[in-house]
Design a protein around this ligand. Structure first.
Ligand SMILES: Cc1cc2nc3c(=O)[nH]c(=O)nc-3n(C[C@H](O)[C@H](O)[C@H](O)COP(=O)(O)OP(=O)(O)OC[C@H]3O[C@@H](n4cnc5c(N)ncnc54)[C@H](O)[C@@H]3O)c2cc1C
Length: 224
């Protein structure tokens, strides 16, 4: 679900780097309440933790003051449920952007991997990566997910078999992949799968730490 945030408060929002992040503060049952930072967590006036989720700032338009987020509807979860029911005029708050991916200008190839939550970031990376060979592996839970990566690359799409751990097709894809010299890997998805990808890269393949950026974007069974 693409959600477009708009408002004069977006004036001066710094143009996000590719694969950056923003934090989305969701409304409470009483509407949008801006929390206080305790130095450790954001708390609401009633002492509860504020509901904040992280997303990729997919497109920012500084003239129209619009910020697009592409939010995966995964069936449960505060942000997914909010996005599904959001209507024009509903209020949320956003902070950021956080830092994105620093593209190595000396890279000789790129291999990007991710599940649906990483599609916005992968799409952005493809807008910025140099003209070198690029392979993209994307895992989707449903075969009819629309993919518009927007660039002609070696794109491989894997449908997660039902009952398999999220991210497992990405782990298999990287295991079977030939990695060209000078390749840089960027991956994001479910945290345990990303941990397996890290182990594969650094322990089994012996790649230097600087050659792979692998991020847990969500954790199975854990909210927020
Ligand atoms: C830097 C960064 C960028 C991100 N960019 C995006 C983005 O552009 N678009 C996007 O959709 N997400 C993105 N995410 C992931 C997103 O923050 C999480 O999926 C988040 O948990 C969604 O919040 P929720 O309130 O919907 O679910 P939560 O309340 O956090 O979780 C509820 C339950 O749903 C499960 N769950 C959470 N996400 C998924 C999922 N994708 N598929 C299946 N089950 C899930 C949890 O394990 C939990 O059991 C990004 C995360 C990071 C760190």
């Amino acid at each position: 679900m693409r959600v477009t945030l708009a408002g004069d408060e977006l004036e001066g929002f710094p143009p996000p780097e590719p694969a950056a992040s923003v934090r989305l503060l969701l409304p409470t049952a009483d509407g949008l309440v801006i929390p206080e930072w305790t130095g450790n967590v954001f708390v609401l006036p009633d002492g509860r933790r504020a509901t904040i989720r992280t997303f990729t700032p997919r497109r920012f338009d500084p003239d129209r003051l619009e910020l697009d987020l592409d939010i995966v509807l995964h069936g449960s979860g505060a942000a997914s449920t909010w996005a599904e029911g959001a209507r024009p005029g509903d209020e949320v708050a956003v902070s950021g952007p956080g830092r994105g991916y620093a593209i190595d200008p000396d890279a000789e190839a790129f291999h990007l991997l991710g599940d649906e939550t990483a599609i916005p970031a992968i799409s952005q990376l493809l807008e910025h990566l140099p003209e070198v060979p690029i392979r993209v592996d994307v895992e989707v839970a449903e075969p009819d997910v629309r993919l518009a990566l927007g660039r002609d690359v070696d794109e491989r799409r894997h449908v997660l078999p039902s009952g398999s751990a999220p991210g497992s097709t990405l782990v298999d894809a990287l295991r079977d992949a030939e990695l060209p010299a000078g390749v840089r890997i960027w991956a994001a998805g479910e945290a345990a799968a990303m941990q397996r990808l890290r182990r594969h890269c650094f322990e089994e393949r012996g790649l230097p730490r600087t050659s792979a950026t692998i991020r847990g974007y969500w954790k199975a069974g854990r909210a927020g």
